[in-house]
Design a protein around this ligand. Sequence first.
Ligand code: PMP
Ligand code: GLN
Length: 380
Amino acid sequence: MNPIYADLPTTVFETMSALARETGAVNLGQGFPDDPGPLDVRRKAAEAVIEGWNQYPPMMGLPELRGAIAAHYRHWQGLDLDPASEVMVTSGATEALAGALLATVRPGDEVVLFEPMYDAYLPLVRRAGAVPRFVTLQPPHFRLTEEALAAAFTDRTRAVLFNNPLNPTATIFPDEDLELLARFCVRHDAVAICDEVWEHVVFDGHRHRPLIAFPGMRERTIKIGSAGKIFNLTGWKVGFVMAAPEIVKVLGKAHQFLTFTTPPNLQAAVAYGLGKEDSHFEDMRRDFARARDRFTAGLEGLGFRVIPSRGTYFVNIDIGASGETDDVAFCRRLVMDHGVAAIPVSAFYAEGSVRSVVRFCFAKRDETLDAALERLARVN
Ligand code: PMP
Ligand code: GLN
C-alpha cells in the first residue's frame, strides 16, 4: 500500500454526509445546494443523451464547450483565450487540480499552499512528490502579506496552489494581495495553479478578478473552474482549465491518463448554460446572498459569533468565542445530539492547528435553514 493514501482519513465531507444520512440530520456540511439547478440546462443534458451524445468525445473537450468557455470568460472577466489551444475540459475541478500538479511539479519541488486550504490539495501535492510550504492566513481577513510570502517562497518553489474566493473562509482576496502574489510568482518563476471554482458566487457587488489577468501571470497561471459551482450541479463534475498553449499541451498529457474525457451530454449542456443571459447569474447571486443574510441573522440571534461571508455559499462561526476548543467534537455533538451536520474547519489545516471554527453551507431553502436554526437554538 502507498502510505500517503493508506494513512489518509476519509474526507470530512463524505464522513459528515454519511452521519447526516444515518441520523436524519439537516445537512449543512458538505457544500451542495438544494436548488436542483437550471431546468433548461438539465433538459439539454437529457436531450443530448437521447440524441446520442454518448460515445467518447474529443480528449480535450467538446469544441462547443471549449468555445463557450472562452466566450463566457471574455464576457465576464475580459479574458482573451483561444479555445483550441488554451482551454481543456476535465472531470471536475478535482481532476484539474490533480492534472495541474502532475503536469507542473517534479519530485522534490516546492509548492506553496495557503492554510486553510481545500482538503484535496495537500494529498495531491504530496502524491506528486512535491514538498508543501505553508502560508497560514490569519483571521478575520485572511490576507496575504509580504513577510509570509517571503518566508514561504524559496529557489525551489515550482508552483503555488491558490484558491480565490477561498473555501472555507468565504473571503475574497483584494487586488492588492493578487498583485503581491503575482510579483512573487514572477520573481520565483513559479506556476500559479489558481482554483477559482467560486468565481460566480460572490456578494455585495463584488466582481471576480482572475489571477491570470495580473501582470506577468498570463504565461504562468493555470486557471481552474467548475460547472458544478456555476450551475448548482455539483454532481456533474464538469471542470475546465485555462492556460497558455504550452501549459495546456502538458495538462492534456496528464488528462489523457487520468480520465481522458468527460461525459459528452453534460459537456453539451454546460456549453449551452455558459451562454445564459447575465440575469441568470445575477439572480443566482441574489438568492444566495438572501440565504446568507437570513442564516447569518439567525445564527447571530442565537448568540453565535459569525465570521462574515463575502463569497462561496459557506459561512463560519467562531466557537472559540464561547470557550469551545475542539471543532471536531463540537460537530459530532451537533450532528448526533442536535441533528445538524456542519464541517469542522480544522480539516482544512495540515496539522489541524485551528480548532475553533465551524463551517455551514447556506445554499438551502428557507425551511431547511430555519429547521437547522431551530435545532441550533438548543446548543448554546
Ligand atoms: N476546489 C474547491 C475550492 C472546492 O470548493 C471544490 C468543491 N466544492 C472543488 C475544488 C471541487 O470541484 P469539483 O466538484 O468540480 O471537482
Ligand atoms: N467542495 C465541497 C465543500 O467544500 C465538497 C466537495 C466534496 O464533497 N469533496 O463542501
